[in-house]
Design a protein around this ligand. Structure first.
Ligand SMILES: Cc1cc2nc3c(=O)[nH]c(=O)nc-3n(C[C@H](O)[C@H](O)[C@H](O)COP(=O)(O)OP(=O)(O)OC[C@H]3O[C@@H](n4cnc5c(N)ncnc54)[C@H](O)[C@@H]3O)c2cc1C
Length: 392
């Protein structure tokens, strides 16, 4: 018990937290409520701030086996079709930041992390829902499933957007409904018309909508996410609703020919109604006593900076660094978690706020849209590169 980290949640954040804890010299037990680790069929972009950490954890080879390495980010006008900005993401970008920009299927990243975590010694408990958290002075106790109780020196709440552990740290109600819907799909590139296949990241911007396309599964598949404004009739907690392409087309409005072709060529659209929380306001929202929050449980954000999983991985790395400093000193855990929260909250709040602002800029109409495209044409890389984010 004295050196036991309990992790609630086996998503990307929880697996990263388990791995970082074991690397810090602690025992880690990870509880996932579902019967198997599963991720939705969609992609994740990983900036060098995240890939640097994964590489440092020894995951470079398995990650590069499954990831794609796009050479360019293209920003295009979704209505007129013109390219308005580009950012080179290849070798020079990787040299600048000491790690590459990768795009990866969620299930592949989850399996790289799960294998790394299990190899390091993280004990995975599936079909194990964490409930009834009881904080104590020398330990934290959790109820697992219907009847089991377990104890540890630390509890990491990595249980996602609808976190139950969050209530122990800051009981601030449910997440916000953003009024944005994400339609997403993944397809084998060789089954798609040649004109829509791509090994780069392309972002199409239009009034009240945008579309992001990039390769996953070592470039064999294309992942496409279309964000529109509206409400879903489905349950708010459901990440995986059926999405009709006709509804998507209607919500997007007039599109240039290449974007129309892309949307029409992609099969099997699924729908996510996006929720978030306002940016963190203080360290006390990320840790209390022996309980720390991490990833979407702590700071769910809109996906318009492609950094939710990146921030979860950064959280895990910082948590591991601080736990390494209090190994065999369980009485120091609350102070270490306080420092974790103090070191993380402002950066995560900044990323949450920037993601929200990006959504407004991406979906701009009228004069703001015109000004955005002019700035992108004039300043291109200087606007699209994010040294404050990638350069840590
Ligand atoms: C459309 C879209 C695109 C995105 N694109 C990117 C991107 O390109 N790059 C990026 O970095 N991020 C991206 N994100 C964000 C990213 O997906 C999330 O930030 C990240 O997956 C959060 O991981 P997590 O482990 O914190 O939470 P989750 O993935 O939600 O995992 C939580 C886990 O906890 C489990 N759980 C819940 N409650 C309990 C309980 N009581 N007991 C036990 N287990 C429990 C759940 O079953 C789940 O497995 C995107 C998000 C969206 C919606």
């Amino acid at each position: 018990m004295t050196n036991q980290v309990l992790v609630a949640g086996g998503g990307l954040g929880g697996l990263a937290a388990g791995l970082a804890s074991v690397r810090a010299g602690w025992d880690a037990r990870l509880y996932e409520r579902t019967e198997a680790l599963r991720e939705v069929g969609a992609g994740i972009q990983l900036g060098p701030n995240a890939t640097r950490i994964l590489i440092g954890w020894g995951l470079q080879a398995p990650l590069l086996d499954v990831a794609a390495q796009p050479q360019q980010l293209h920003v295009r006008d979704g209505v007129g079709g013109a390219e308005v900005g580009t950012l080179a993401l290849g070798a020079a970008f990787a040299r600048r930041y000491g790690a590459p920009y990768l795009t990866v299927h969620r299930a592949d990243l989850q399996s790289v992390l799960a294998q790394g975590a299990q190899r390091a010694g993280v004990q995975l408990r599936l079909a194990s829902r964490v409930a009834a958290v009881q904080p104590g002075t020398g330990r934290v106790r959790i109820g697992v499933g219907e009847s089991r109780e377990e104890e540890g020196a630390v509890l990491v709440g990595a249980d996602g957007l609808w976190s139950e552990v969050r209530r122990q740290v800051c009981d601030d109600g449910p997440p916000r409904i953003t009024g944005h819907l994400a339609y997403r799909t993944v397809a084998l590139q060789r089954d798609l018309p040649a004109a829509v296949r791509s090994q780069d990241v392309t972002v199409w911007l239009g009034p009240r909508m945008h579309v992001v396309a990039y390769p996953v599964r070592a470039g064999e598949f294309l992942n496409v996410v279309a964000i529109v404004q509206g409400r879903s009739a489905g349950p708010v907690q459901e990440w995986d609703q059926a999405g009709a392409v006709a509804d998507l087309m209607a919500a997007m409005g007039p599109l240039c020919r290449p974007l129309q072709q892309l949307v029409a060529a992609m099969p099997g659209w699924r729908l996510w109604a996006l929720q978030d929380r306002p940016p963190l306001r203080s360290a006390s929202q990320m840790a209390s006593g022996r309980i720390a929050l991490l990833g979407d449980a702590a700071h769910p954000m809109r996906p318009y900076l492609a950094q939710g999983a990146g921030m979860a991985i950064e959280d895990a790395a910082e948590l591991g660094r601080l736990l390494a400093g209090v190994k065999d000193q369980p009485e120091q855990v609350p102070a270490a978690l306080r420092t974790y929260a103090e070191n993380r909250w402002q950066r995560c709040a900044r990323v949450q706020a920037r993601a929200e602002r990006n959504g407004r800029i991406f979906h701009a109409t009228g004069l703001v849209r015109w000004g955005r495209d002019l700035s992108l044409r004039l300043l291109g890389e200087r606007l699209l590169d994010q040294p404050w984010l990638y350069g840590r």
